[in-house]
Design a protein around this ligand. Structure first.
Ligand code: HEM
Length: 408
């Protein structure tokens, strides 16, 4: 049996490098059943399959129920959490999805992002200014954790005022639950408590409109609620909680995983130093090479046959984005990092109607940070051996616990 299919697959070796396991699974066949995830799920690893399912309406994005039921939690205990959480855009199907996504889209248009750019540059500069270039520093703690939180606060609230440990902790608790292959009761309890605190925070902010600077997204959502385009407060708060978490956990790991990949491939770092115009292409390749989101899921809405196997209504299908991005049928020499690769068309941001709303924003953040690092510290390097690095225990949101660096 392939290791990926067995409970306990998510061990330290897998977290350090899941790609050999993905490769073995992909080579063994297109579709596998595994008991290691959510009490049982189908796994897809090939680029073409993952893309097709993401775009096929027979596979529903409404998948939250099973996660909690699978850990045999009593009905009621988590109903508020479940109710709220399941209304986030990420978990909606059409037509609800179309309505809610349409309301949020304005905040992510190129004109809106252009207004954010100088503010992101300013946030990044401030964070880098605070680092002593003569001492080792942890890039995750000093930059990768703080920058996306300040940016998402700016997007949502119009200010970086909410740069609090609380917001980061709540978001971490939610990510730990969403990314866990077998969520425990304690994990769900923590996620619920944090989501409820998050929504209390946003409710209070909504109650004092002066705290939100136009055209912040929270103001846009409040307006949508007032005119009935959002059905109730829960629907509004669900989007806020999701954005906080979606904008923060993922970008943090793009910055960390991306920088690690470049610094452990010195010719690639040198190629960027030689021509910083290559940064945008490099970010796309870094997303493919070590995706911050390693899998997403869908639920089967109607019995169907896939690769000769019978899938039942309600079955969970996990789309292993990290594996699809290394599929040699789509990406030649997939295990090589090559920042000059023509647009690799990776699935790191998903595909189809749920494709990441924040893709352009997060790419902009990564571009800004990389360019500033190249300008300031072209001799940047790891302060420890790569084998000494520790990865977070979350197989869905792949990222480093710490990334100690030296500026020269
Ligand atoms: C490196 C950074 C990021 C990665 C890798 C990433 C990845 C993804 C993926 C894979 C999906 C689709 C999930 C699915 O179809 O099941 C998604 C959806 C989404 N992302 Fe991102 N994301 C990133 C950053 C962001 C940022 C910065 C924001 C917001 C500020 C954001 C907001 C969203 C939202 C709202 C959705 C749901 C879209 C929908 O359901 O229509 N993401 N993201």
């Amino acid at each position: 049996m392939n290791a990926m299919l067995a409970p306990g697959v998510v061990d330290a070796a897998f977290l350090r490098n899941p790609y050999p396991t993905y490769r073995a699974l992909r080579d063994a066949g297109p579709l596998h059943w595994s008991d290691a995830f959510f009490g049982g799920a189908w796994l897809l690893t090939r680029h073409a399959d993952v893309e097709t399912v993401l775009r096929d309406p027979r596979f529903s994005a409404q998948r939250t129920g099973g996660w909690i039921n699978d850990v045999a939690l009593q009905r009621g205990e988590f109903s508020r959490f479940q109710h709220l959480f399941s209304r986030a855009l990420l978990f909606l199907d059409a037509p609800e999805h179309t309505r809610v996504r349409g309301l949020m889209q304005a905040a992510f248009r190129p004109e809106a992002l252009a207004l954010l750019r100088p503010r992101i540059e300013n946030i990044a500069d401030t964070l880098l200014d605070a680092i002593d270039p003569d001492a080792p520093f942890d890039f995750m703690a000093r930059v990768a954790r703080l920058l996306p939180m300040r940016v998402i606060s700016t997007l949502l609230l119009g200010t970086t005022q909410a740069d609090s440990q609380d917001l980061m902790d709540w978001s971490d608790d939610l990510a730990a639950f969403i990314g866990a292959p077998q969520p425990t009761r304690a994990l769900v309890q923590r996620a619920q408590a944090s989501v409820l605190r998050m929504t209390r925070f946003f409710s209070q902010t909504l109650d004092s409109p002066d705290d939100v600077e136009p055209p912040a997204l929270l103001g846009v959502l409040r307006h949508a609620r007032l005119r009935g385009a959002l059905k109730d407060d829960a629907e509004l708060l669900a989007q806020c909680a999701m954005l906080l978490f979606a904008g923060h956990e993922t970008t943090r790991n793009l910055l960390g995983n991306g920088l690690l990949a470049l610094l452990t491939h010195p010719p690639q770092w040198q190629a960027l130093r030689d021509d910083p115009e290559r940064t945008a292409g490099a970010v796309r390749e870094l997303l493919r090479y070590d995706s911050p989101v390693q899998y997403s899921g869908r639920r089967v809405t109607t019995a169907l046959t896939l690769h000769g196997r019978q899938l039942k209504r309600g079955d969970l299908v996990l789309l292993l984005i990290g594996a699809a991005n290394r599929d040699p049928n789509r990406h030649p020499h997939p295990d090589q990092l090559d920042i000059l690769r023509p647009d690799p068309g990776a699935l790191s941001f998903g595909s189809g109607m749920h494709a990441c709303l924040g893709a352009a924003l997060t790419r902009m953040e990564a571009n800004i940070v990389l360019r500033l690092l190249l300008q300031r510290w072209p001799g940047l390097r790891l302060a420890v051996q790569p084998q000494q690095l520790h990865w977070c225990s979350n197989p869905a949101y792949r990222g480093l616990q710490a990334l100690p660096l030296l500026t020269r």
